[in-house]
Design a protein around this ligand. Structure first.
Ligand SMILES: *Cc1c(COP(=O)(O)O)cnc(C)c1O
Length: 386
């Protein structure tokens, strides 16, 4: 195998996808409870997205950011309107969208005369795998072996406003948080956390940076998770579900944060590529016209109610939590093996933080498919401890 060994052994080779299903090279069909890790919200090979990709691929594939391209301009306007932000920088990935956010925070600090700006992030957060986003990430395991890390970050417990106050210094310029932690184990903060965080940032002139790379694009019941809390961040990043599988990230900014980066401060060769942007325009339009945010919220409540019914008297189930179609079932033992067992039952899911089964099914999932996932997961947990 000539692939670098960064992902370990892969059990199956997938060759085809349609809606909530994928097929392997043996012709076996799997129900996709993960959608490429919250990427294919519209399911696999959605006709509107595939058509947009085809049309754009036949018109113009790449010209660089030295020129305007229509799908990028159209997508920018669409996203800014949906998000309530002022402008957007396009990247190719989530980590790069966060790099742009971190550069905005640092430049914002430097412009105020702070030469060593400090950014506060959370324990068990995940912000990416580049050096700066790895440093921002609150997980020592994935940082081990990659010193020297980047200066200017400190970590506090998630969902704890007092801890942020205690960690702040005269150099603090920004707080960077996921509205709901994904890789860290699907942690949903208290209802008032984001509003309190917004107020705290306002009092101190810190930028509030929300990492909605996983929670964005309809996943949690609104286009962005912060929209359920009635606040606006200064910077929001997204990526995963933005273009339904084409590589694209976005860093949106508002107010003073929108004016910080000027010509020459940042750039990307591929970021905002016309084909990726055309796919994203089709994705955003479909999410909005088919009311998929609302549907994800409803279906998420259904999942949680049914899991609680079926699992609450299982002593190994510690917690069932989530919002929209971002769901976690925390068990009291490591359960990575459930991924393989689920695959044998033709269901794709994931285990994160060692002991939390994570489901991120496509937003287009129907009730019957939801029932299939629920039945399989309940049985898998039962068998796991039998
Ligand atoms: C996946 C993810 C990232 C990193 O995105 P990449 O596209 O893999 O670089 C960053 N933040 C959060 C919250 C994520 O879920």
């Amino acid at each position: 195998m000539s692939l670098m060994n960064t992902y370990g052994e892969r059990a199956i080779t997938l060759t085809k996808g349609d809606g909530a299903y994928v097929w392997d090279d043996q012709g076996r069909r799997y129900l996709d409870g993960l959608s490429g890790i919250a990427v294919c919200g519209l399911g696999h090979c959605h006709h509107a997205v595939s058509q947009a990709i085809n049309e754009q691929a036949n018109a113009l594939v790449h010209v660089s950011n030295l020129y305007l391209v229509k799908p990028q301009v159209e997508l920018a306007q669409r996203l800014v309107d949906v998000a309530g932000m002022d402008c957007v920088f396009f990247s190719n990935s989530g980590a790069e969208a966060n790099e742009a956010a971190i550069k905005i925070a640092r430049k914002y600090g430097n412009d105020k005369g702070i030469s060593a700006p400090h950014i506060i992030t959370a324990h068990s957060s995940f912000h990416g795998r580049t050096m700066a986003t790895l440093t921002a990430t609150g997980n020592d395991k994935i940082k081990a072996g990659f010193t020297p890390l980047i200066d200017g970050f400190s970590h506090v417990p998630f969902d704890d406003i007092a801890a942020i106050k205690a960690a702040a210094t005269a150099n603090t310029v920004a707080v960077m948080m996921e509205p709901i932690q994904g890789e860290g184990g699907v942690h949903v903060p208290h209802d008032n956390y984001l509003t309190s965080l917004r107020a705290l940032c306002d009092e101190n002139n810190w930028l509030l940076i929300l990492d909605e790379i996983q929670t964005g694009n309809g996943r949690t019941g609104s286009y962005f998770a912060y929209q359920q809390r009635g606040i606006l961040p200064d910077v929001v990043t997204t990526a995963k579900g933005l273009a339904n599988g084409m590589p694209l990230g976005a860093c949106l900014a508002r107010g003073i944060a929108a004016t910080v980066l000027q010509p020459g401060h940042h750039g990307s060769t591929f970021g905002g590529n016309p084909v990726a942007c055309a796919a994203a325009c089709a994705t955003v339009n479909t999410i909005l016209t088919e009311d998929l945010c609302h549907k994800a919220g409803e279906l998420g409540r259904y999942f949680i109610a049914r899991f609680r019914d079926a699992l609450s008297n299982n002593p190994h189930v510690v917690d069932i939590r989530g919002q929209g179609l971002m769901l976690g079932i925390e068990l009291d033992t490591p359960c990575a093996d459930i991924v393989t067992k689920a695959m044998q039952q033709q269901l794709l899911l994931n285990v994160t933080a060692g002991n939390t089964i994570r489901l991120l099914p496509p937003l287009i999932l129907n009730k019957a498919q939801a029932d299939d996932i629920i039945t399989l997961v309940v049985q898998l947990i039962h068998d796991f401890y039998a």
